[in-house]
Design a protein around this ligand. Sequence first.
Ligand code: PHE
Length: 349
Amino acid sequence: MSLKDELTQIRDEGLEQISHTDDLKELNDIRVHLLGKKGPITTALRSIKELPVEERPGVGSYANEIRDDLTNGLTARKEQLEDAKLEAQLESEQIDVTLPAAPVVQGQPHVIQQIIDEVVDLFLGMGYQVLTGPEVEEEKYNFEMMNLPKDHPARDMQDTFYITNDILMRTQTSPMQARTLEKHNFEEGPLKMISPGIVYRRDTDDPTHSHQFHQIEGLVIDKNITMADLKGTLVTMTHEIFGDKFDIRLRPSFFPFTEPSVEVDVTCFNCMGKGCDVCKHTGWIEVLGAGMVHPNVLNMAGVDSETYGGFAFGLGPDRFAMLKYGVDDIRDFYLDDVRFLNQFVKRGI
Ligand code: PHE
């Protein structure tokens, strides 16, 4: 067989091999074999020198042609195989966008927040402004301006977390009374405000108390405000939040910033007044403190206590939530067990 025929055979067999492989690695092996140093083309090219001189250029350029044919065949097949591989990968990694999505759980305000919202709505409707104040509070507003001087024994009842000697975590929302009184311009009208928020106390001796809980402060100051206004406001609120069957009872009490002061009880949700374990057989549950604002509080805030006066109250939304939903352990609100909290789902919000 002439060298030319041999080269033609090498090409035909080579192209045949190339077209039959489906594997990139095998294709590379074929390339190395055909075009490598020990491959048939190299061997053929080496034997050119044995040909008569005049035949050499013709066979030489034919050999180059054959090598180009094989190189092109290899490149084309490589591209084909790579495309096919990519295609297969795209196919296998396809995302099925028609699959139903995992359900999104819709959250809702915590039951205590729901109560706060209800109380705030009610007072907004009665013309109160809603204010919030700092939880990290000056000792001056938390105690001093609320008529609790430095060595006052009532400070013990509200032991708290001090940041410095003068700055503390507020023990009550009452400092908002002083802050608002300082700013209010009575020539523009009476002062009516409520202020919801979180308060802190170093309570350790009672498992039903948390070191952090909620309060809503209320304050009304104008000329000729009486205790009857306070009682009327509290009755209205009780009926709105709990229902008409619930009554209130005022008991004399003491707060340094009100005089006279009262403790306010609401009919026990559990026995409706008959007496049970929840209400310690009194028929009543204590829900808030209130009273007529002490003249010292007004004077310290720069308000003339001869002309102006009014009432203040501080209520616990946690207690309200217990009463409204008949929950007998306040700690349940803070355990964040969704099985408990989902009982208070507000539909349609
Ligand atoms: N600040 C009082 C407390 O935390 C509640 C209160 C507020 C009482 C306003 C009277 C008037 O116990």
